[in-house]
Write a protein that binds this ligand. Structure first.
Ligand code: DGL
Length: 273
């Protein structure tokens, strides 16, 4: 394949469900002339409470499916897949693979009290990746890691504003409100979809950081250094694939995405070895 053919390929983006659409939105804003292929494996959602071997297997199956389509670059738009499976995914495909950023650099910069919170899945919290990265930036920062085992699953079932999601969010916010944390990283790509509920429950005392902006900067640097930018001047198209049902994906896509130039379809993932 010539370089120009590679540049015209889509960028692959994937998650365990609709969460990664919050990353896709920012990528579409930053790269309006790129085509995207998104896979949300909602048949396997949520992944964040599963053992690491299962999480790795699910991530690799999605990545290998995307690789066959093909794509020129992959963005793992899921914190859980990133912390558990990034290295294994990289070893299975021969395109650049970018994981979602931790967002702690922005959080530390924005915090007045140098106390930050991380809301994430159980698997992500257990990796302590946010704390490690934060300590490397500023060893005096206080980091509260809050596991949110129910939140991604609720969002995936379409609970975006109702009592079920509010009750869960209240429980997860309580320890952070007690500790005067002023900045919280949304360490799961599903959570930006309930940001307004979180903001309403915590009031102005907490500011929420969406790491998708840091991720998008990393994608740009990788595209620059690998000469991968699409030379097209037309608006790009996004194809959103889901493995179980397309209803929530189509709905969130219509509400949140930066463009209406997208289509939504079901997909069967490849079986990998
Ligand atoms: N959206 C994913 C993340 O960023 C995980 C959701 C899940 O538990 O499946 O961690």
């Amino acid at each position: 394949m010539t370089n120009i053919d590679t540049q015209r390929l889509p960028i692959g983006v994937f998650d365990s469900g609709v969460g990664g659409l919050s990353v896709l939105k920012i990528l579409q804003e930053q790269f309006p002339n790129e085509d995207f292929i998104y896979i949300g494996d909602n048949a396997n959602n949520p992944v964040g409470n599963r053992p690491t071997e299962e999480i790795t297997e699910i991530a690799c199956r999605i990545a290998e499916t995307l690789h066959q389509l093909p794509v020129k670059l992959m963005v793992i738009a899921c914190n859980t897949f990133t912390v558990v499976a990034l290295d294994e995914v990289r070893s299975r495909v021969n395109v650049p693979v970018i994981g979602v950023s931790q967002g702690v650099k922005t959080a530390i910069r924005e915090s007045n009290s140098n106390t930050i919170g991380i809301m994430a899945t159980v698997a992500t919290v257990n990796s302590h990746i946010h704390k490690h990265v934060a300590m490397e930036i500023d060893h005096e920062v206080f980091v509260w890691e809050q596991p949110c085992p129910e939140l991604a699953g609720l969002i995936e079932q379409g609970h975006l504003q109702d009592d079920a999601v509010r009750e869960a969010a209240k429980d997860y916010l309580a320890p952070m409100l007690e500790r005067d944390i002023d900045v919280v990283v949304l360490g799961c790509t599903h959570f930006p979809f309930v940001r307004s509920v979180l903001q309403e429950l915590s009031g102005d005392s907490i500011r929420y950081i969406d790491p998708a902006y840091e991720t998008s900067d990393l994608v740009k640097r990788t595209m620059d250094s690998n000469n991968l930018h699409n030379p097209s001047t037309k608006q790009g198209h996004s194809t959103l694939y889901f493995t179980k049902d397309i209803v929530l994906g189509a709905d969130l896509g219509a509400q949140f995405l930066d463009t209406d130039n997208f289509s939504v379809e079901l997909i069967c993932l490849l079986y990998t070895s």
